[in-house]
Design a protein around this ligand. Structure first.
Ligand code: ATP
Ligand code: MG
Length: 438
C-alpha cells in the first residue's frame, strides 16, 4: 500500500450535494464503502460520508478494466476517494449517480468486520463497544452524538446569554469533595493525588471572583456500580452563582433543560426519527416536591422509605411513575447531603438541596451552599471529615459571597433526550468497572 494515497486529491462535494443538476460535471467524493452489487452489465457500490450517500456506478462496457478490478477489491467500510462524472439516473437513489474515472483506496477494511455498521446483523453492547470505532459509524450512534452535541450547544448558548463565564478547574486534586470512598488515586511525583470527583470546591471559590461560572468537564467516581446509569468517568455540566439560592439556580436549570429539549426537538428531528424516539418536552414549571412529600406519596403507593434515608432505586422509579416527566425533589435531610449544603434556618435537620429527576432518573443535584468558614468546619466535622485536609480550600473560601449551584450529568441528559436505556450508548468510549479500553 502506498503511503500517500490521498496525494493532492481533494473532495469537491459531499455525497448529498451530488444532484441531477450537476450532470456532466466532474466531482471528487470521499467516504466509506457500503453495499456493493454486480448486475452483470454494471457494478455499483454506495459511498457514504457524514452527509449521506451517493451511488457509484461502473458500466462494464464503458469502464477501464483496472478500475473494475479495483472495485472488486473494495471491502465494506473501506475509506475511498472517487473522481468521476455525475450522471442523472432515474433508477439510482436520489436520481443521480457517479461514473468513476479514478478510485483511490485510502484505507482498506479487513474482513470479516467485527460488526456490521449497517446494523443488519445485531450485535450486543459489549461487542459494539469493543469495536466502537466501527460502531460509531452506525446511523443510530451518529444520531445519539448529534443530539448530545445539540443539547450541549443549547446549554452553552443559554448560559453565555446569562453572563456566565466558562472555566476549567483542575482534575488532579489533593482531597475528596464528598467522601474518601469513591476516589481514584494517581501517583503525583512523590505524593498521592486523586482524580477529581466534581469541580464543586473550585467553582464555589470562583464565585468570589467571577460571580457566575460554568464548567463542562469530566468527573471521576471510583464506585463499583454496575447499573445502566453509572459510569466511572462521566461528563458534568456544573454551574455556581454568587448572591443566589437554591430556588434561583433551580430556575436556571429548569429553563436550560427546557431549552435543550426544545432545541433537540427542533434541530434533530431526523436523528430522533432514526432512533424511533418521540421526544416530549417537559412542561414548565417542573413540579417541586419536598423530600417529605415524596415519602408520603411513596407510602400511599405502598412503598415505605424510612425518614432520613436516600431514595433507593425502586423508590425513585415509583416516584417517577407517580409524578412523571421532569420534577425537583427539594429540602433533603441534612445528614444525607454533602457538607457544603446549607441547612435550613428554621429546621437544620433539613437542607437547601435539590435533585432534578426525569422519570425516576437523577439528572442533577444542587443547592444553596455554605459560604461561612465556621459553619463549613462544623459541617465537615459532623460528616466525619477532617477540616485539616480541607485547609487550603477553607483559606480560599475567605469572604466568598453567598452562592448556589448544581451539577448536571450530560451523559444522563443524553439518555433521556435520545430515549436509550443505557448510559454507555451516550458516551464515546465509556469507562466502567470492567471497561478501560478502547
Ligand atoms: P447517583 O445518586 O445517581 O449515583 P450522585 O447523587 O452520586 O448520583 P452527584 O454527585 O449528585 O451524583 O452528581 C451530579 C450529577 O452528575 C448526577 O445527578 C448525575 O447526572 C451525574 N453523575 C454523577 N455520578 C455519575 C456516574 N457515576 N455516572 C454518570 N453520571 C453521573
Ligand atoms: Mg446527586
Amino acid at each position: 500500500m502506498k503511503l500517500d494515497e490521498l496525494g493532492n486529491l481533494r473532495r469537491t462535494n459531499l455525497s448529498t450535494q451530488i444532484t441531477p443538476k450537476l450532470a456532466g460535471k466532474e466531482v471528487v467524493v470521499m467516504g466509506r464503502v457500503g453495499d456493493a452489487r454486480d448486475l452483470g452489465g454494471i457494478k455499483f457500490f454506495i459511498l457514504s460520508d457524514i452527509a449521506g450517500a451517493v451511488q457509484i456506478t461502473a458500466p462494464k462496457a464503458k469502464t477501464d478494466k483496472k478500475l473494475l478490478a479495483k472495485i472488486d477489491e473494495l471491502t465494506k467500510e473501506s475509506s475511498v476517494a472517487v473522481k468521476g462524472k455525475v450522471v442523472a439516473a432515474k433508477q439510482a437513489p436520489r436520481g443521480v449517480e457517479v461514473l468513476p474515472l479514478e478510485i483511490r483506496v485510502l484505507n482498506l477494511a479487513s474482513t470479516p468486520l467485527p460488526l456490521d455498521p449497517r446494523g443488519r446483523v445485531k450485535a450486543n453492547l459489549d461487542t459494539r463497544l469493543d469495536a466502537r470505532g466501527l460502531d460509531l459509524r452506525r446511523s443510530e450512534s451518529l444520531a445519539i452524538f448529534k443530539i448530545r452535541h445539540q443539547a450541549l450547544q443549547a446549554i452553552r448558548e443559554h448560559l453565555l446569554s446569562q453572563d456566565f463565564i466558562e472555566v476549567q478547574t483542575p482534575k488532579i486534586v489533593a482531597t475528596a469533595t464528598e467522601s474518601g470512598a469513591a476516589l481514584f488515586p494517581v501517583s503525583y511525583f512523590d505524593r498521592e493525588a486523586f482524580l477529581s470527583q466534581s469541580p464543586q470546591l473550585y467553582k464555589e471559590v470562583l464565585t468570589g471572583a467571577f460571580e457566575r461560572v460554568f464548567e463542562v468537564g469530566p468527573i471521576f467516581r471510583a464506585e463499583e456500580h454496575d447499573t445502566p446509569r453509572h459510569l466511572n468517568e462521566a461528563t458534568s455540566i456544573d454551574i455556581e452563582v454568587a448572591y443566589a439560592t437554591a430556588d434561583d439556580v433551580m430556575d436556571i436549570l429548569e429553563e436550560l433543560v427546557y431549552r435543550a429539549f426544545n432545541e433537540v426537538k427542533k434541530k434533530c428531528a431526523e436523528e430522533l426519527k432514526v432512533l424511533g424516539h418521540k421526544l416530549e418536552v417537559p412542561k414548565k414549571p417542573f413540579p417541586r416536591l419536598t423530600y417529605d412529600e415524596a415519602l408520603k406519596r411513596l407510602e400511599r403507593a405502598g412503598l415505605k422509605v424510612p425518614w432520613g434515608e436516600d431514595l433507593p432505586t425502586p423508590a425513585e422509579k415509583k416516584l417517577g411513575e407517580l409524578v412523571g416527566g421532569a420534577y425537583f425533589v427539594v429540602d433533603w435531610p441534612t445528614a444525607i447531603k454533602p457538607f457544603y449544603i446549607l441547612p435550613k434556618k428554621d429546621n437544620p435537620k433539613l437542607c437547601a438541596a435539590f435533585d432534578l429527576m426525569f422519570k425516576g432518573l437523577e439528572l442533577a443535584s444542587g443547592g444553596t451552599r455554605v459560604h461561612q468558614k465556621e459553619l463549613l468546619v462544623k459541617q465537615l466535622k459532623q460528616k466525619g471529615l477532617n477540616p485539616e485536609s480541607f485547609e487550603s480550600h477553607l483559606k480560599n473560601m475567605m469572604a466568598v459571597p453567598p452562592h448556589a449551584g448544581w451539577g448536571l450529568g450530560l451523559d444522563r441528559l443524553t439518555m433521556v433526550l435520545t430515549g436509550v436505556d443505557n448510559v454507555r450508548e451516550c458516551v464515546l468510549f465509556p469507562r466502567d468497572r470492567k471497561r478501560l479500553t478502547p
